[in-house]
Every structure is written in C-alpha cells, then in structure tokens.
Design a protein. Structure first.
Length: 276
C-alpha cells in the first residue's frame, strides 16, 4: 500500500479528478488542528475518502525542555477525531529554551540522549495511549558523538517499545554525506520494528553533498535501496511518497507511486509473501 503526503497544492485536483489514487494520505497534525472554513471541508472530504496517517513536526522529542502536554492533548484529540492509523515523529528536536527553532535538528549521539529520548517517547506513548513511530532523520554534522548513528537509534529502540519509521531517502542521504554503506546500515536495523516507510527525492548540491529536500523525483539508487529494504523487511508495511516542494503534475507522482508498488510487490513475491 502506497500513500501520499496530502498537500494543499494538489488537494482539489486529487479530490475531484482522482488522477492519483493513493492507498492513504499523510498530514502533519500541526497543519490541520483547529483549521476552519474551506480547508476544513477539504480535509474532511479527504479523510472520508482515504485512511489517514500522521507525521508530526513539532513534538521535539529530543529537546531538553519539558514536553508540551497541552499540545499533546490536542494531537491526541486530532488522532481520535480523524481515526488516524498511525502517528509518527522525527528523531530530532525543534525547540530549545522554549523557542521554536523552525528546523529539525539532530540529537547528539550520546548515552544521555538515548536515555532522555527513550523516556520522552515512553511518556508520549502513555499520554497518547498508542505506540508511535520514530523517524530516522537526515543530518549534516553529528554533534559531539559518543557513538555511531546506528548505535544511537538501536540504543533508543532497545530502551523503549516504539516503532521505527524507515525513511529510505534519509538513510541514502546520510550514507552519502557521511560516507558509509547504506545497505549495511539497514542490515543493522531491527526490521521487525519498522511500521512505516518514507520515500522521497533529494537535491545534489555538490559532488560530496546531498540535501534531503522532498522537492525532486526519487532517484534510481534510492529505489534500489527501497527494494533492498523490502527484501530485509519480508512483510508489507505502508509506504509514503513524500513530495513537499516543486510539485510536478499529478501523473508524475502517480508514476512514482506505481513504481514503488511494483518494487514492493515483486520483492515480497520473490520471498513468497503475497501483498494484500
Ligand atoms: Fe520522511
């Protein structure tokens, strides 16, 4: 099952013409909580037609500040009202000293941070009364690391019973920029914890730097890494096509979704797993 990030840029076209038929849509709760008028109606229409997955932006799971419980309450209500199938967040922070930094910053790969983040995920799950899925984010320079990225992620997953959102493009981007093997990294992940996959394009800035922009088409090596991931995963999980900027005609997005579906189906079929 392949879904798409629901964007205002193509909402009307998608809802009226059915040019693309995603298996589900994904939104950031922050962008839709409390919205009224025209967009409220459009959103209602969208969630009547498609199952909803959510991907938060401002929980700031790695922040040293205390959690925003008022905000969490709003998220909890939103998830209930919209019958959201899943809530995911970035393994990053976007708030410090109570100021929003408007960016998703990497958490330092330290022992303290592993304990801190695991504790916060536990609290969030208790408040929301559901498991959340934590996304591997792209980062451009590690901050005083005491361990590798994979040790950091696996350390958190060992301490708290949450799920993992495998963003295949982010793994590709990090492996490229930090010069490690993306497949080896995926091999070291506990695939039984993966509940959701993100796929996106990125922008190549120079010979040795790529940036995760969600503004380009997915490139072939990322499709290959997706195929590799599906063969490691050995089961069907929802896959999202993320496209936030530089949005092309909808049939271009449709082609990408079709290709993702085909890769997934072929990979699982080769393992004798029949997709729903
Ligand atoms: Fe993502």
């Amino acid at each position: 099952m392949v879904g798409i990030g629901f964007r205002k840029d193509f909402a009307e076209e998608m809802l009226q013409n059915n040019v693309i038929k995603p298996a589900f849509i994904e939104v950031a709760p922050e962008n839709w909580i409390g919205i009224g008028g025209f967009w409220k109606k459009q959103f209602r229409k969208a969630i009547e037609q498609y199952p909803l997955y959510t991907h938060g932006l401002s929980l700031s799971i790695g922040s040293p500040d205390s959690l925003d419980f008022e905000f969490l309450k709003k998220v909890k209500n939103f998830l209930a009202e919209t019958n959201a199938q899943l809530y995911s967040e970035h393994l990053s922070y976007s708030k410090c000293d109570n100021a929003h930094l408007y960016d998703l910053l990497p958490i330092p790969f330290t022992h303290d941070a592993v304990r801190h983040v695991a504790e916060r995920i536990r609290t969030v799950q208790e408040v929301l009364e559901r498991k959340i899925s934590i996304e591997i984010v792209s980062y451009y320079s590690p901050v005083n690391p005491e361990m590798t990225e994979i040790e950091f992620i696996n350390g958190i997953l060992a301490e708290v019973n949450c799920d993992l959102l495998l963003d295949v493009n982010n793994v590709y981007v990090n492996a490229f920029n930090h010069n490690y093997d993306a497949k080896q990294f995926i091999e070291l992940l506990p695939m039984d914890r993966v509940s959701y996959i993100h796929m996106a394009g990125h922008y190549q800035v120079s010979e040795d730097l790529v940036i995760d922009t969600h503004g380009e088409a997915i490139i072939d090596p990322v499709f290959d890494l997706f195929d590799f991931s599906m063969r490691r995963l050995k089961r069907d999980v929802p896959v999202l096509l993320e496209r936030d900027f530089n949005i092309p005609e909808l049939d271009e997005l449709d082609k990408e979704m079709t290709r993702l579906n085909a890769i997934k189906t072929a990979a699982l079929k080769s393992l004798n797993y029949v997709t729903a």
